[in-house]
Design a protein around this ligand. Structure first.
Ligand code: ADP
Ligand code: MG
Length: 727
């Protein structure tokens, strides 16, 4: 009997839900461990408080003297809450978060000690970060990298550590993390969008991008997960036969949440409340043991931090409940994968959501301006968006016959499609008073505040307008949202900047009124960007053919998709918007290719090991039992044994066939890996993608067949039905 699997199953079946006490009202717990405005007012001098607020609002620099006041207030607050350590919390290009804890405690001579935390320690640190990926930046320039405080994301206490959100940059200023380019992109979109807003409302002085993510994940019992080397080492199952029952019945979706899971969620939500992560909804997803968690949306930088923090907290809380969280986009074949929808919008400091239709024609012209510019930006940069969501694990969703597809398109719904069709007919140049009135009353003025078909229920569009925001659905569940948010806000900034130049030119050179000029430019944009709009079903071959005809890209694999990141066009946009330099873009590209190579390499090795060390010996073991049985029959029945042993003999042959299949494919895969390892960069990534990876399916095929043939008692790997249906 296969002991590890059965011990794990026994452990799982004996689990009791971990009790979770409700600790009072959520609203009271909210933000308790965050150094937010409320805490700052209590612990900072007026000057210090104002200076942080100015930094948040206007990006002004914080004076070093003031920083000393802030750090002292922050330290006192943190210690009063039981913190003993502090850390600069940052997001290196590994996609995870990093921290190095230092104690507040310092000795001051005479055998005495005190808690210390100066402005210098708050503002800047030099972590020993030589092992974080840097894409060659720190080799060519200065070896040092440092973290710098980001006052726009408040410090928080997790456990007994004060965590200070920071950016991570090289000594020469190049970004080594996900946050620095994001902050620059948000700055760029603020500048560009604020300038465009002034056409409609002079009072607008700042525009914030907002993000509301929806995190999907799987929860598997930790004992079962540990009994699967593939889950432990790669985050997904590399083999396993589909269970007789999968998600066909759709009985998990929005169904009642199992008690163990419910308790996990409640525990998690309480942690989130303390950390100021405004989680709001939780429910079952389509696949068995798949769930989703979504917060109320926030300013994009904060939302990105909160998602990274959440993923950490989810793993920690899961340990208390003997679960393992799977963030992988496709942990199980044959059932749905996980994504992380990024709901995105722009909002003014006067409280207007720029992607929400309004009550007056003027408000709606403003809405249409931002709406059409977004579509145009996606049209112009579809390949860059595809690159921003590319990863080895997300390839299993995009371009692998799942929705959303690898083709980027925009869904806007029939009502708004009709409005754009009308706007295409706007007269070139000056508009007659009659036409203007007609436009304002009958077209722009008729956009309802609530759009009826805004939800795109077929869910196959990678970028859908959903009533008052766009929803980028192609982001992977494992991803750091900073990547896609950096790209989206950068291309929108560039687009709005160009729009303003064009409108101003029409006003200055052709003597058009501002609204006439806006209508004129929008008309051209609507025409130019038509091919990116798609309302149909994005799942399947019909759309692939149609998209190819339209000239849309369909980059199915990460090595293919990533190329767009370093195209001349992309570098020009990044540089123009001051988001990244060519060096930074190229470094990131190198890191992402490397990450891709490593992931496939690890999967390939793990699969080879499992197939050889677990599956083949199990097959042989069972085969030996069959052989013994056949010999026994022969002994008893003499030459008549053949009829009686027909089934067994057939099985013995089949098992041999699959063992031979596994052996030859694993050998071939290993040879391809050796060849790939002699290459570097793009070529190596392509070799891993096109030469090594195709063997995964072939090896899996034989393993999964054996799983069906071999005595269940002998099978060493926890089976799909056990992973997915044991609770
Ligand atoms: P669903 O997509 O499941 O139908 P909702 O439409 O209610 O759900 O919203 C999903 C997510 O969109 C939530 O995280 C919500 O906070 C976020 N969201 C709502 N409005 C905005 C906005 N203006 N900007 C960014 N995110 C938003
Ligand atoms: Mg959604």
């Amino acid at each position: 009997m296969s002991t590890l699997r059965f011990n794990a199953l026994k452990e799982t079946l004996n689990r009791k839900p971990v009790k979770v006490e409700e600790k009072g009202r959520r609203s009271e717990a909210f933000g308790k461990n965050v150094f937010n405005e409320h805490a700052m007012l209590q612990h900072l001098t007026k000057d210090a408080y104002q200076s942080v607020m100015n930094a948040i609002e206007y990006g002004t620099k914080i004076d070093r003297k003031i920083a000393d006041h802030i750090s002292t207030g922050m330290k006192e607050w943190a210690i009063s809450k039981g913190a003993t350590h502090y850390t600069h919390w940052f997001q290196p290009l590994t996609g995870a978060t990093a921290e190095k804890h230092d104690a507040f405690f310092e000795t001051i001579g005479n055998g005495r000690a005190m808690e210390k935390f100066g402005g210098g320690q708050l503002v800047q640190q030099e972590p020993d970060a030589s092992s974080f990926p840097n894409g060659g930046i720190r080799n060519t320039f200065e070896a040092r990298g440092y973290t710098a405080w980001d006052p726009t994301s408040p410090a928080f206490i997790y456990g007994t550590t004060l965590c200070i959100p920071t950016i991570f940059v090289a000594y020469t200023g190049e970004a080594l993390d996900n946050k620095a380019p994001l902050l620059r992109a948000l700055q760029a979109v603020d500048t560009a969008a604020t300038a465009v807003c002034k056409y409609f409302d002079k009072n607008v002085s700042k525009v914030n991008a907002s993000l509301g993510w929806e995190q999907e994940y799987f929860l598997i019992d930790s004992a079962l997960a540990s009994a699967r080397p593939d889950i432990t080492l790669t985050g997904r199952t590399l083999l396993g036969h589909s269970p007789a029952k999968g998600q066909q019945l759709d009985d998990h979706y929005f169904g009642s949440i199992p008690t163990r899971v419910m308790n996990y969620m409640r525990d998690l939500e309480q942690e989130c409340m303390l950390l100021g992560i405004p989680v709001k909804t939780r429910h079952n997803e389509v696949a068995p043991n798949q769930f989703e968690l979504a917060p109320i949306f926030e300013e994009a930088n904060l939302a990105v931090d909160h998602n990274s923090l959440l993923m950490d907290v989810m793993e920690k809380v899961a340990q208390r409940h003997q679960f393992k969280v799977l963030f992988h986009e496709k942990p199980f074949s044959g059932i749905n994968g996980s994504g992380k929808h990024n709901n995105w919008s722009l909002a003014t400091n006067t409280g207007v959501n720029l992607l929400s239709p309004g009550k007056t024609p003027m408000k709606n012209l403003q809405f249409l301006t931002f709406f059409v510019n977004t579509i145009k930006a996606v049209h112009n940069n579809e390949e860059l968006i595809r690159a921003a969501i590319a990863s080895a694990s997300n390839d299993h969703r995009l371009g692998a016959n799942e929705a959303p597809p690898a083709i980027i398109s925009v869904f806007i719904g029939s009502q708004l499609s009709a409005v754009l069709d009308e706007l295409e007919n706007v007269t070139k140049g000056k508009l007659s008073p009659q036409e203007k009135t007609d436009l304002k009353l009958n077209i722009v003025g008729k956009i309802p505040e609530i759009l009826l078909d805004n939800t795109d229920r077929n869910r196959t569009s990678p970028f859908a307008f959903t009533g008052n925001k766009f929803e980028l659905r192609a982001v992977g569940s494992w991803a750091n949202c900073a990547g896609p948010m950096t790209v989206l806000n950068t291309i929108i900034a560039k687009q709005l900047k160009d729009f303003k130049v064009e409108v101003d030119a029409l006003v200055a050179e052709k003597g058009l009124k501002k609204d006439e000029a806006v209508f004129n430019i929008l008309r051209e944009y609507i025409k130019d960007s038509k091919k990116i709009r798609f309302e149909g079903n994005g799942y399947g071959e019909a759309w692939e053919k149609e998209a190819a005809k339209r000239g849309l890209s369909n980059n199915k694999t990460t090595p293919e998709a990533l190329k767009a990141q370093v195209s001349e066009k992309a570098v020009a946009v990044y540089e123009e918007m001051n988001v990244m330099s060519k060096i930074e873009v190229e470094a990131r590209h190198e890191i992402e290719l490397e990450e891709y190579i490593l992931r496939i390499q690890i999967e390939s090795r793990v699969l080879g090991d499992i197939a050889r060390n677990h599956v083949i010996p199990t097959g042989i073991g069972y085969q030996n039992t069959l052989i013994e049985n056949v010999s026994g029959l022969k002994e008893i029945f003499g030459k008549d044994f053949k009829k009686l042993a027909a089934e067994q003999i057939d099985l013995i042959e089949k098992i041999s066939g699959h063992i031979a299949g596994i052996n030859s494919k694993v050998n071939a895969m290993t040879d391809e890996r050796k060849k790939a390892n002699k290459l570097a960069g793009q070529k190596a990534a392509e070799a891993y993608c096109n030469k090594v990876k195709p063997y995964f399916e072939e090896i899996r095929y034989h393993c999964d067949k054996l799983e069906l043939l071999v005595d269940d008692n002998l099978w060493p790997l926890v089976k799909y039905r056990e992973l997915l249906f044991t609770r």
